[in-house]
Design a protein around this ligand. Structure first.
Ligand code: GUN
Length: 294
């Protein structure tokens, strides 16, 4: 029997409804949550993501400001913008969309963001808090979105073997940190695979929960998946498709049609992890605004 869909779009909608309620309570107390998203340059995919974040924010009542800067913006200019946003009390969340142009030192940019407004959880203070299990900081949107999706879909994680393919700072590493924590919606034995892994299939076949985040279209095939596994596809790859209007199609890292035949639950792309990432960004921004009242 083919796997059931892990419907990120539906779960994200549920979360957005809850976030909208929290926004109403904040507004009643005189605080409108504010999110500033900085986009440097004209990377087409980034522009799409930033637009989606802005639209989703407005829909739940978060005031969203898009700061669009030219590709030749200097590091000093960008840092000055961040310093100004740090000081602006109407801004509760700051997100600098990655990737940045090559002449900008991304690490310095991340360090410039006030950890209290770092709703992306890129700042080492928040990354460190996540790693030690201190829930006082923010959680990174995509890994937290995956964990929340598993929780709300009723997937039991405790004692399971979770295999993560990919070791990026944005997804793979924090995903591993979250799934290995003690607690009901984690407590997994975690394996992290990467380009240095000798026999990827041997590792992925041991997964009860398989999370793919490599950026390689169709990397995970049916032979690499254990029967009944839960498969989460974080990949967002644009591949050529002559039948589509813009000549491209969005696919994940998992060969969906094939793997669906053997998995028990699987996320689609699009409509799986992507909407969850945005929902968690909204939740983090509202939490930051709530924190401002403490
Ligand atoms: N680029 C790709 N994913 C992300 C993300 O989650 N946050 C930011 N800031 N940039 C990204």
């Amino acid at each position: 029997m083919p796997a059931e869909l892990l419907d990120g779009k539906r779960i994200a909608q549920e979360i957005r409804g809850e976030v909208a309620e929290r926004v109403k309570k904040l507004v009643a107390r005189g605080v409108t949550p504010g999110l500033s998203v900085i986009l440097v340059g004209d990377d087409a995919a980034s522009a799409v993501y930033v637009a989606a974040k802005g639209k989703a924010s407005e829909e739940v009542g978060i005031k969203s400001e898009k700061v669009r800067l030219p590709a030749d913006t200097t590091q000093e200019d960008l840092l000055a913008r961040i310093v100004a946003l740090n000081a602006d009390e109407s801004v509760h969340g700051i997100l600098v969309q990655f990737p940045l142009p090559k002449h900008i030192d991304a690490e310095q940019v991340i360090l410039a963001i006030d950890p209290k407004k770092d709703v992306d959880c890129f700042h080492p203070v928040n990354v460190g808090k996540m790693l030690i299990g201190d829930r006082d900081g923010f959680l990174p949107c995509t890994p937290a979105g995956v964990q929340e999706m598993l929780k709300r879909a009723g997937v039991k994680t405790s004692g399971k073997h979770c295999v993560i393919v990919g070791r990026s700072n944005i997804v793979g590493k924090p995903m591993a940190a979250l799934m290995m924590q003690p607690g009901e919606n984690a407590n997994c034995t975690v394996t992290v695979c990467h380009s240095g892994t000798k026999d990827l299939g041997a590792e992925t076949r041991r997964a009860d929960i398989l999370i793919a985040a490599t950026g390689k279209a169709g990397l995970i095939t049916r032979e690499m998946v254990k029967a009944g596994a839960v498969v989460v596809d974080v990949g967002m790859n644009r591949i050529p498709d002559a039948s589509s209007k813009n000549g491209k199609r969005l696919v994940g890292d998992v060969d969906f049609d094939d793997v669906r035949e053997i998995a028990s639950l699987i996320t689609p792309v699009p409509g799986g992890v992507g909407p969850m990432t945005i929902a968690m960004l909204l939740a983090n921004t509202v939490r930051s605004a709530e924190n401002s009242l403490r």
